[in-house]
Design a protein around this ligand. Structure first.
Ligand SMILES: N[C@@H](CCC(=O)N[C@@H](CS)C(=O)NCC(=O)O)C(=O)O
Length: 238
């Protein structure tokens, strides 16, 4: 669906990051065209007043949906909220009936409330501040516990929410790719690894992961070029 000006009616503000990739995968799964608006977080794009109007929490992703009205678009932040919104709007990848619906939502929340924050901290203390052993050990242990939880869950069912692929899998997949970079051997999490391969082979997942490749190159350059002040602002050190 397009706006009156011929542009896709959906815009996605983002960067090359796992929370944004959840949404590019979902948009590929439902076959919805969109305009990707790159936010240069390393130069402080998330703190610009216009962006803050979209998300007072100043983070990507943000979805802007002008399908119903171009003057008063629906604006949604928080990746899990965006996934639920798209699933409901397009009646896809979230069962309507209980208990299947709650089965999916609870694993979506494990990702949003546990995996995302804990693995995000582990990323920081692995890739940006590895010298703080207490923090590194704490988040690495918690990450291991969560990877184990997913592995055990996937022994019970083919997908996280149950027997069907859902938004819980979409939310978790880009984060589960960190397993090796967090120093764990995939062979110790065989069900999780098999699920990663199954999910990663889906054409929409391949498309969604590739959708931010240009942004990935731009983000890498911007991070390289970031001044000490830029990095302090990004890491919330001032
Ligand atoms: N809970 C949020 C987390 C969003 C988030 O942390 N986004 C990161 C990129 S993955 C970001 O905007 N980082 C820039 C910053 O924190 O300033 C969600 O799931 O959408």
């Amino acid at each position: 669906m397009t706006s009156a000006d011929g542009q896709p009616a959906i815009e996605l503000y983002g960067m090359a990051s796992p929370n944004v990739r959840k949404i590019t995968i979902m948009l590929a799964e439902i076959g919805q065209a969109y305009t990707f608006r790159h936010v240069d977080v390393f130069r402080g794009g998330q703190f610009e007043p216009d962006f803050e109007k979209l998300n007072p929490n100043r983070k990507v992703p943000v979805l802007v949906d002008r399908r119903a009205s171009s003057d008063a678009p629906v604006v949604i932040f928080e990746s899990a909220a965006i996934l639920i919104y798209l699933a409901e709007q397009f009646r896809a990848l979230l069962p309507g009936a209980e208990p299947a619906r709650s089965g999916v939502i609870q694993w979506l929340m494990i990702q949003a409330c546990n995996m995302g924050p804990m693995l995000g901290q582990l990323n920081h203390f692995t890739f940006a501040a590895r010298d703080i052993d207490y923090a590194y050990d704490r988040y690495r242990r918690e990450a291991e516990r969560l990877y184990r939880l997913l592995d055990q869950r996937l022994e019970q069912s083919a997908y996280l929410g149950g027997e069907a692929y859902s938004i819980a899998d979409i939310a978790t997949y880009p984060w589960a790719l960190y397993l090796e970079r967090h120093g764990f051997e995939a062979s110790r999490f065989p069900r999780l690894d098999a699920w990663r391969q199954r999910v990663g082979a889906r054409p929409a997942v391949i498309e969604g992961m590739q959708a931010v490749e240009q942004a990935e190159a731009a983000d890498a350059l911007a991070f390289e070029a970031a001044t000490p002040e830029d990095r302090d602002r990004f890491f919330g050190r001032r």
